[in-house]
Design a protein around this ligand. Sequence first.
Ligand SMILES: Nc1ncnc2c1ncn2[C@@H]1O[C@H](COP(=O)(O)OP(=O)(O)OP(=O)(O)O)[C@@H](O)[C@H]1O
Length: 594
Amino acid sequence: MSNRTLYVRAAEDLRPNERQWQAYESAGHCVLLAGPGSGKTKTLTVKLARMLSEDVEEPRGIACITYNNECARELETRLDALGIAQSRRVFIGTVHSFSLTQILLPYAKVAGLDLPDDFTVATTRQTRAALEIAHSKVIGGSENPQNWDLRLGRHRRRFLNRSVPEWQDADPQLTQLVEAYEANLRAKGVIDFDDMPILALKALRENNWLRKAIAAKYPILAVDEYQDLGRALHAMVMGLCFKSGIRLFAVGDVDQSIYGFTGANPELLRKLSEREDVETVRLGLNYRCGSQIVTASEYALGEERGYQAPEGAHEGTIYFHPCTGGYSGQARYLVKELIPEIQARRPDLHLGEIAILYQAKFIGDDVAAAAAEHGYAVIRTDGNALYPRGSRLMRWLEQCAMWCCGGWRSGHPRVSRVISEGARLFHEVIRSDDDHLEFQRAVIAALWDRREGTLGLHDWLVALRAELIRPRIGMARSLADEVETLDSFIERLGSTGDIDDFPLSEFAGIGSGLDRINLSSLHSAKGREFDVVILCGAEEGRLPRNGASTSEVKEARRLFYVGFTRARHEIHLMYGQAIPSRFVTEVRQRLEAE
Ligand SMILES: Nc1ncnc2c1ncn2[C@@H]1O[C@H](COP(=O)(O)OP(=O)(O)OP(=O)(O)O)[C@@H](O)[C@H]1O
């Protein structure tokens, strides 16, 4: 099927929804504002496919930016279904990777950023060391220098323009710490994560030709999850879209803003939508959640938004589970009683359609331990996951594993896909057709001899690292931190590591995810959907936290709302019976009063 047929067919779903169709037909800057499950991402992806085919001529393309690697992963999957993959014409990724790969790596030198020619991305070890040295110089004392990490980041993101007097005056000690820290990084020839958008913005601001160059390559910029993207991206959008002619298609929801602690400000989206030169479209239907869940979601948010389920939608059910025994008691109840009960009631449901969401990773530890004890396979997406689920390198290795464990026979995934994704990952070193051919041969040779699900994952990864990754990584500057992720995972699997080695087939299963329960932090569940959502640890002290300020309580409430609205058919709220979260209590009381 041609790409055009794919998106034209997908667009037919949008046609009955007048407002989705309006956004699909928009010709200028467009901002789509809407609640959970309203089809923002769906409309964005179909519109993107259309714009790529009808509005942008080769070799020009489209850049699509989203909040984190998880969201980028979701977008890539959805665009893939429309026949669109990352390519020279299509950028899909975070604002950090856009800044690094589209602005800093190609243009840092000519843009006068004063970075060493061969700068790379700092590893965690390097950033920690740089902070330690800066701390001993500027602050001193016996406290842990890493305690300053959050404040340091916030200060850097707050002052995107350092030529204002407040940069020196607002908090002189913190400014000195930032300057010493950055000087230490530069002395090592590296930049860190926060540097990426900050330096990219600086380069764009100071070089009109650079804005034109980006506009020439990407005449259209799409942004998903705008409410969480922070001030640097907003400033880039202002410059690129409203001064340099790039057309904007942005989607977001102020009520789902959950990254205030990193400096995101939902007001920026509101302001954008109020501009006269922007067509703002608001969607009102929630296609994801059953009608009861849609109604209750407004109780969860504590605001009336008037969202509705489409006519004929299923009802959906909200369950309350007061528990005893702390988080481990909730985890035991969950795997011993609740999940078996759901499986008995709905024998056709894949475990991959169930998500257990929580606010803190240590709750995930309890759930993971209980699940392991009862023989449930899980996929974790939180700070204690085996490896960061958003890692592009690990994701590619998962695909390689799927190919070795049967994909070579079934075509899921196809070898051409494994090769093209790998080539994109190593795009800095695979430049010519010959490079590509050589890479293709190396991938096939490395995987062909290892098509056996019972192989130990540790040795399999060590071999692929040696044959495919190490020979290319030296020149792939954008992948330095990814390799650190792989190295530390291999170390953890090794004989002195803290996790037992496991068979390749299990690793491949992580890639496909069908028969594994999803364990995820509430933050990482953003943008995703599941048939059954179990929100555990929904209690006072945790959601919201003890001592939370008014704005933190509001953000905790939005986080609860995001978790609540991931569910299609069932949402289960689980909490210590003596201390249900005030948000749970409100949902319950308002449902009882109906
Ligand atoms: N017009 C439509 N007709 C039928 N289903 C739709 C339509 N629009 C969206 N959907 C379905 O609704 C669900 C939610 O869509 P999507 O994930 O795009 O919403 P969203 O607004 O991005 O959600 P969130 O903000 O909660 O992440 C998806 O399963 C999608 O396929």
